[in-house]
Design a protein around this ligand. Structure first.
Ligand SMILES: Nc1ncnc2c1ncn2[C@@H]1O[C@H](COP(=O)(O)OP(=O)(O)O)[C@@H](O)[C@H]1O
Ligand SMILES: Cc1ncc(COP(=O)(O)OP(=O)(O)O)c(N)n1
Length: 267
């Protein structure tokens, strides 16, 4: 197989732990050539998001076309999309190129509470992007917000996953980082028919900035490399587990995960 290529369409995190920076580091660590289309600049560090400066739909589409018309790609992911106009533009360009290995991380709110997706953009996310989505990776608050359901028990997670699949996503992974299990961090995978669990030991740490971005980027890298979804998910889970175990205590707040830990571990 030729060099695998992956694109991330997301926001920039100046602190380097989430967004575009986390995605490109993850692609690189997994041997995938990484490319980016930036939807917004955030001034951000381990204590939170200080400011958000969205780009324009035109700027986003032009970046994506520069890649589509020349280098091409094997898989793509979306992260912070911020507004409905950017979502509509991204969906249109995905349709234009006919890309199908599309991972959507429906980033809404940073762990510090800052809004990374406007409320007015939820409708566009559901109607424009989810029908183009191969794998949707919400955390629990995002799954609740998209479905209007309250997720307290395992059965609620399953109902939410069914509802998200009905919006058009072919596979749904509801991530377990925010649930109240103190021993395990378990992600639920729904393939439109059956449910599976991806289990990991919960690590007691505050250094979890960028976990969702890193997990979805690792999944995208696996798909770009030609792995089947099950193998790509297992690799992504092992990648994020190692990255959280090796979390980096820099700054004065919630430090980033360690993107080189997985490769070090497997060497
Ligand atoms: N403390 C933790 N220990 C182990 N795995 C975790 C922990 N927190 C999150 N994860 C895992 O990291 C991935 C991202 O999940 P989550 O933190 O829920 O996403 P987000 O960053 O979007 O809120 C999932 O695979 C989840 O199970
Ligand atoms: C630019 C940007 N994109 C996404 C996020 C959210 O990342 P996530 O992996 O969910 O991690 P936390 O912010 O929740 O720690 C972000 N912060 N910035």
């Amino acid at each position: 197989m030729s060099l695998p290529r992956a694109l991330t369409i997301a926001g920039s995190d100046s602190g380097g732990g989430a967004g575009i920076q986390a995605d490109l580091k993850t692609f690189q660590e997994l041997g995938v050539y990484g490319m980016s289309a930036i939807t917004a600049l955030t001034a951000q560090n381990t204590t939170g998001v200080q400011a958000v400066y969205p780009t324009t739909p035109d700027a986003v589409v032009t970046q994506i076309r520069s890649i589509g018309s020349d280098i091409g790609l094997d898989a793509l992911k979306t992260g912070m999309l911020f507004g409905s106009d950017i979502i509509q533009a991204v969906a249109a360009v995905i349709r234009e190129y006919g890309w199908t290995k599309v991972v959507v991380d429906p980033v809404m709110i940073a762990k510090g509470g800052s809004v990374l997706l406007q409320e007015s953009a939820i409708h566009a996310l559901i109607t424009e992007l989810l029908p183009l989505t191969e794998v949707l990776t919400p955390n629990i608050p995002e799954a609740e917000h998209l479905t209007g359901l309250s997720i307290k028990r395992a059965t609620d997670k399953r109902e939410a996953a069914r509802k998200l699949a009905a919006f058009g996503a072919r596979h749904v992974i509801i991530k377990g980082g925010h649930d109240d299990d103190e021993q395990k961090a378990t992600d639920l995978w729904y393939d439109g028919r059956d449910f599976y669990e991806l289990e990991g030991k919960r690590i007691d740490t505050v250094h979890t900035h960028g976990t969702g971005c890193t997990f979805s980027a690792a999944l995208t890298a696996g798909l770009a490399s030609g792995l089947e979804l099950k193998a790509a998910l297992e690799q992504a889970k092992a990648f994020i587990q190692a990255a959280i175990e090796g979390g980096i205590a820099i700054g004065h707040g919630r430090g980033p995960t360690n993107h080189w830990a997985y490769k070090r571990k497997s060497c």
